[in-house]
Structure formats: C-alpha cells, structure tokens
Design a protein around this ligand. Structure first.
Ligand code: NAD
Length: 288
C-alpha cells in the first residue's frame, strides 16, 4: 500500500519543536535567536519567499532583522550590510535572498556571509564542511529531505540512492548527506544516459530537476521511496518532477507537490537559525 509523505505535518511538528527550544534557550541564556533576511530589489516572487520566511520565524519566536535594499544598491552597499550582520551579536543567522538583481555578483555576496551564520548553508566554507563531514550548517532543502526519510523510517544504510539533478542548492548537498548516512549514491543529470534505467535501481529516488512529470512509473523500482523536489508552474497548477498519479501505483512512499518537500525547507531554515544561535552561545568561564 503506497503512502503519501505528509511534509506539511512533519514541518509543523519541527516548527513546534523549534518554538519550544527557542523559549528554552531564552530562559537558560536570556538570548533570542535572530534572523537577518536580506532582500535586494523588488522581485515579487522573492518578496513573497522572504515574507514567508519572516512570518514563520516570528511564529517560533526568532527575532526579525530584515534588511531591504533598493534594486539600485551596489555590490559594496550589499556587502557592507552583510558585514554589519556578521558583526551584530543579536543576529544568529543571515539569509541573502537569491537571485540578486542583474549586475550584482550573487555568489561573491553569499561568500561574505560568516559560515557560522550561514543558515542557507550555501557559502563555499559550508559546502567544504559538508564535503568533509565536519560540523556546520547544511542547506535547508537537503536537510528537509533527509528528515522526511527518517520520519518515515526509510533505511539509508547500504541503500541504493539515486539523485537526479546536480545543483549546489539541492542535488550535490543531498547526495553528500546520503553518502554520510552510508547509502550507495548515484548522481544523474542532463547528460545521463538511460536515466530511467539508473533510476529504476533506486531504493531511494530524489528528483530535483524542474521538468514537470519527467519521472514516470518506468523510472521507479516497486516499493521505492520517491522524493519529488521539483516545483513547476503549469496550466494545471503546481506540479512536481514526478508524474504523481502514475508513480503512486508503484512507489512505496511518495511526496506530493505541493505539501511534500516545500514546507520542510522553511522548517529547516528555522532549525538552522536555532542551531546557529546555539553555536554563538558564549562559552561559560571555566570553574576555578
Ligand atoms: P537547477 O534548476 O539549478 O538545475 C537542474 C538540474 O537538473 C541540473 O543539475 C541538470 O543537470 C538537471 N537536469 C535538467 N534536465 C534534466 C533531464 N532531462 N534529465 C536529468 N537531469 C536533468 O536545480 P535546483 O535549483 O535544484 O531546482 C530543481 C527543482 O527543484 C526546481 O523545480 C526548483 O524550483 C525546485 N526546488 C524546490 C525546492 C523546495 O523547497 N521544494 C527548493 C529548491 C529547488
């Protein structure tokens, strides 16, 4: 009997947990985690994403340090806002909303974020820490994917995991997280030959491509856990990269779009902000 993974319910549970831990941190240390969202320009989609993140943060008690810059802001102006946030001890996490307007160098700006405040996990240092499996902040969507697999008791150790898509945001980091959990990981991309054949070997199939309905039932091993990261706006509404109805017949577990991975991304941003706040906790003086 295939099961539909309820990302909304898992995300709600994580948000409640984070809210509890935020209030415990405040009682214990008097400190409140703070998130600086930096939005450059007035792209309506980015504004909606940022306001969703701010609202979710406020709901769990994270303090809001939003910074809005005009579309005409220079590279130096954005850089100096990031550096101010790096220095501000009230700010535990910094998120630069991407993409930044044309003319600005997004990767160079992202790289300025202090790695210990990098709640999106996208700086080169965070990527290096992930690759080396040393402590650090990990990208939110990949963390959310692993959390869903864990909540649904999907065994990762020794499992055949196939990741379709090799972005820095999702594909590459989720492959690293799966590897750290001792899965046997194969990465596929636009040049992969026989995509269906490779995917059909997977006990765990993660798809982050951005092509509506790319993955049909012939790509899916019976009983596999299938995580659909894709978000595609189609005339019929939001759709994932997986042909949901057809694959549901074959998969053991499947995420819907919307309501699967999407809600997990914000939930993990909140958890990362709390983790970052704990990293910055002052070390108590040693007992004499
Ligand atoms: P991207 O858009 O940067 O890159 C797409 C990847 O897919 C590339 O690595 C490319 O090699 C691969 N690809 C393209 N066509 C392919 C094909 N026909 N067969 C196999 N591989 C192919 O990737 P991204 O930023 O990870 O985004 C992927 C999708 O995930 C998008 O729909 C995006 O909106 C969605 N997304 C969702 C969330 C979420 O929270 N749910 C978060 C991030 C991204």
């Amino acid at each position: 009997m295939p099961a539909i993974i309820d990302g909304k319910a898992v995300a709600a549970d994580i948000r409640a947990q984070v809210a509890e831990e935020v209030s415990r941190l405040r009682e214990r240390t008097g400190r409140t985690p703070g998130l600086a969202t930096i939005l450059v320009g007035d792209d309506p989609a980015s504004a909606v994403y940022v306001s969703g993140k701010r609202k979710a943060s406020a709901e769990v008690g994270i303090a809001d340090f939003h910074r809005q810059l005009s579309a005409e802001a220079s590279q130096d102006e954005v850089a100096s806002v990031i550096e101010e946030c790096n220095r501000d001890p009230a700010i535990s996490g910094i998120l630069l909303q991407l993409p930044v307007p044309a003319g600005l160098d997004g990767p160079a700006l992202t790289a300025l974020i202090s790695p210990d405040k990098d709640v999106d996990g996208l700086t080169p240092i965070s990527a290096g820490r992930l690759l080396k499996a040393t402590p650090g902040l990990r990208p939110c969507t990949p963390l959310g994917i692993i959390e869903l697999l864990d909540r649904y008791d999907v065994a990762l150790e020794g499992a055949e995991a196939v990741v379709v898509g090799r972005s820095d945001l999702v594909g590459k980091p989720v492959a690293q997280l799966l590897l750290q959990r001792n899965a046997t990981v194969t990465m596929c991309h636009s040049r992969t030959r026989d995509l269906a054949g490779v995917c059909a070997r997977a006990d765990v199939l993660i798809v982050a491509v951005g092509v509506s309905g790319l993955i049909g039932p012939e790509f899916v091993k019976p009983g596999a856990a299938v995580i659909d990261v894709g978000i595609n706006r189609t005339p019929d509404g939001l759709r994932g990269d997986v042909n949901f109805d057809a694959v549901l017949e074959r998969a053991g577990l499947l995420t819907p779009v919307p309501g699967g991975v999407g809600p997990m991304t914000i939930a993990m941003l909140l958890r990362n902000t709390l983790t970052a706040a704990s990293l910055h906790e002052p070390v108590p003086a040693p007992a004499r």
